[in-house]
Unconditional design. Structure first.
Length: 256
């Protein structure tokens, strides 16, 4: 992360009260007009944190907004869209506490598109910094054709390294990642998940599949892995990570 950001991490045993301490901190009088984004790995933990906040608030008022995929809400839009709107709202409104799950935060059309957020972010427990996606090449009769189709947008290097967009295809891949079929006529819809991974500035994508076997028509799928970069959180001026045994997590090892 940039040196202009404030970073903290709290590493204590499970059940030691990290979440409760965070709730108390956010609701303290000096933080009444500050915005917070609390990110949890599961819906259950997100809603548990929401319950803890409501309990501690009692009859006091605070703008607390949990946004989860199974939330009973009249707003049927994607949770990533709802989250993005609240993050943008935070730039001209104070005192909001936004509760999200990790997948929502990391969705391509959610916070990644927001340049700067006037909020402190708290990661309640870490998450796996890796994501995987697969493109099916089909049976032996179709593999070469499907490999050529994949290669229309992405460059496969025999030496490994990052999965790159073919020269001159950057605008097209951006349209595919956004699902804007007007720009590509729907031809590349099957590549949308991988296009979204490659197009995300906060991730680093690499080919997992063996290049030689791919070229020899021996594999049924192309596997791609992406590593989430700390850059995903550069838009937040203050970042706090809470975790049991943080130094032993994959997130710490990769980001270190």
């Amino acid at each position: 992360m940039s040196n202009s950001h404030t970073k903290y991490y709290l590493s204590t045993s499970a059940g030691s009260g990290k979440t409760r301490a965070t709730v108390t901190m956010m609701l303290s009088p000096e933080n009444t007009q500050r915005n917070f984004v609390v990110v949890s790995p599961t819906i259950a933990l997100t809603m548990q944190t929401f319950g803890d906040i409501k309990q501690e608030l009692g009859t006091a008022e605070r703008d607390v907004r949990p946004i989860v995929s199974d939330q009973a809400s009249e707003d049927r839009r994607p949770v990533a869209t709802q989250a993005r709107e609240v993050l943008e709202e935070m730039n001209h409104t104070n005192g909001i506490i936004l509760l999200l799950c990790v997948p929502t935060l990391l969705t391509a059309d959610a916070p990644v598109t927001v340049r700067r957020v006037n909020a402190s972010i708290v990661l309640d427990e870490t998450f796996q910094p890796f994501q995987f996606n697969t493109f099916n090449l089909g049976d032996e009769n179709h593999r070469q054709t499907n490999l050529e189709y994949f290669s229309e947008l992405f460059s496969l290097s025999p030496n490994g390294g990052p999965l790159m967009v073919q020269d001159g295809k950057e605008t097209l891949v951006d349209a595919v990642a956004r699902g804007d079929e007007v720009d590509f006529g729907g031809r590349y819809s099957a590549l949308k998940p991988i296009a979204a991974m490659v197009n995300d500035p906060a991730t680093h994508c690499e080919l997992v599949s063996n290049y030689t076997k791919l070229m020899n028509n021996e594999l049924q799928t192309i596997q791609v892995a992406s590593t989430i970069s700390p850059k995903a959180f550069n838009k937040f001026p203050k970042v706090t990570i809470m975790s049991a045994l943080f130094e032993e997590t994959a997130l710490y090892i990769v980001w270190k």
